[in-house]
Design a protein around this ligand. Sequence first.
Ligand SMILES: [Zn+2]
Length: 238
Amino acid sequence: MSKTYIPVALRELVRARAKSLCEYCLIREEDTYFGCQIDHILSEKHGGSTQESNLAYACSYCNRNKGSDIGSIVWEAQQFSRFFNPRVDQIWYVKIKDTSEIRPYKCKPHQIEQVHWAQTQTQLSATVIWATILKAFENWENPELDEIIAILNEDYPIHQITISMEQIKQMLNAAKNAADTRKKIWELMVIHEFDGNTDTATVFYKIANELDQDKRLIYKSIKNVQKIMKIEMTEYAS
Ligand SMILES: [Zn+2]
């Protein structure tokens, strides 16, 4: 939480620079419950200034989790890891504990197993690879790693893929988990007779407790499922 007054123009600059995404978890502001806030990357408690170079746009979830801390201890690795700095670091991946989920993220140590971050811009960003994986899921039931690599190779020479195969594999597994979650949500929605037009919050409150998943992931997945349901309903009607 900011203690210093932040002028409106500076707030607007930070929001526009972040393209209205949380700079830590990359959620779109419009997909959050409570909107985004201006975050001091290095907190005021630790001498962080109220200047553009020390400000980031953060959802309330990330902001609250970060608090005034400067880093976390990754217990499994017995290692102190400073927090992601959106002004300096390009990509940060964390593996969420007890899941195979890897995502660009920053969160508290009890959820993190491993942290990797890249301080230099990769030629082919994780975002591009992630988008490719998602696209593959639109076209195939269960895309495999070699298929993802083949698609990437159509557009990018292999040497530009600076991210490791292991990381791509982990991203693919995360996508598979997300697809499983969507399937489960779809089934539960059918049971409760919800569809693409049901208020998302209503669906969430009814089924969130029936799924053993991160609540924000469930909320986002419900929105995705409803989008697909709406498309199918339109196609069915025409
Ligand atoms: Zn966030």
